[in-house]
Design a protein around this ligand. Structure first.
Ligand SMILES: [Zn+2]
Length: 293
């Protein structure tokens, strides 16, 4: 299917979902979203996000270089993402691959030096596939990443390379509280595998060029249904033929819209770790986990 036809279909599906959401209390026609490989799960009534907001957004960025020609784009994309984060005061959640941080220290340091909150999450040391490695080998690679990054506080966010999920017991035991599942869902954080699965809604890459109005519609649909609008990307995937500007012209109005929604009190603008802390404390139904009947 051509890119334009796909985008038209997504626009039609999201418009349809927004209309159905406006008719009932967060009711959305699942079938329409299924056409664009997006699932929908209703949030518990009365769900509240940080700051008592009715919906939230988070943006996760996989900082990884697995092919040598991606070093330049990773650096350029990181710099531009930080500029956007700082311009609109929207925090980002970084999934740091340890090896990439060691090999591109300048970009990694730029993240640490940002005046706006940047959460450091873990993406293994060597971009290891959890479905190919055993649990001990996987744990060792995560420890190697932690040693390389030398963080002041224990990271709460874990992002699986290629979103290939496995070894939850190891992840939990190491103190992580949240991850980003593979499946795209509009809904609340899902308590699964002993962690909060903050499910992605939309992946941004070069193919998203010009899709600002579609991304804004997704954000509005999430706000209408008390869901988490979770965007994710890679710095290198925002750079086309060495030039980050086209994709950042697409992203600028999206960040601007998120800041405006935050200003109106419609959206908590969070890191993944912020959301995990909040729901660890209150649960998605406003009750502390285990404190209810
Ligand atoms: Zn990755």
């Amino acid at each position: 299917m051509g890119l334009n036809l796909k985008r038209t279909m997504k626009n039609v599906a999201v418009d349809g979902a927004r209309i159905s959401a406006s008719m009932g209390a967060g009711f959305v026609t699942r079938g329409v979203l299924r056409e664009i490989q997006l699932d929908y799960e209703a949030s518990p009534p009365g769900i509240r996000y940080p700051g008592d907001a009715k919906a939230a957004t988070c943006i996760s960025v996989d900082f990884d270089v697995t092919e040598p020609e991606r070093y330049g784009p990773n650096g350029a994309g990181t710099q531009k993402l930080l500029e956007l984060s700082e311009k609109y005061e929207i925090p980002l959640t970084w999934a740091i691959c340890g090896k990439t941080a060691v090999e591109d220290q300048k970009s990694y340091q730029r993240i640490l030096d940002s005046p706006v909150k940047q959460e450091i999450g873990i993406h293994t040391y060597s971009h290891m596939d959890a479905q190919k490695a055993g649990p001990a080998e996987y744990e060792e690679d995560i420890r190697k990443c932690l040693d390389a990054l030398g963080l002041k506080s224990a990271p709460r966010t874990f992002i699986f390379p290629w979103n290939r999920e496995n070894h939850f017991e190891v992840i939990r035991r190491m103190g992580f509280r949240t991850y980003r599942g593979k499946k795209r869902v509009i809904g609340p954080p899902d308590s699964s595998n002993g962690l909060w699965n903050e499910r992605p809604v939309y992946y941004v890459d070069q193919k998203s060029y010009g899709a600002e109005s579609l991304m804004i519609k997704y954000a509005d649909l999430c706000a209408q249904t008390s869901a988490v609008f979770h965007l994710w990307t890679h710095p290198w995937s925002l750079v086309t033929a060495g030039d980050p500007d086209p994709m950042f012209r697409t992203l600028d109005p999206v960040f601007s819209h998120l800041r405006e929604m935050k200003r109106r009190g419609d959206l908590a603008v969070c890191t993944m770790g912020d959301l995990a802390d909040h729901f660890d404390a209150v649960g998605t139904t406003g009750m502390k986990p285990g404190s209810g009947s």
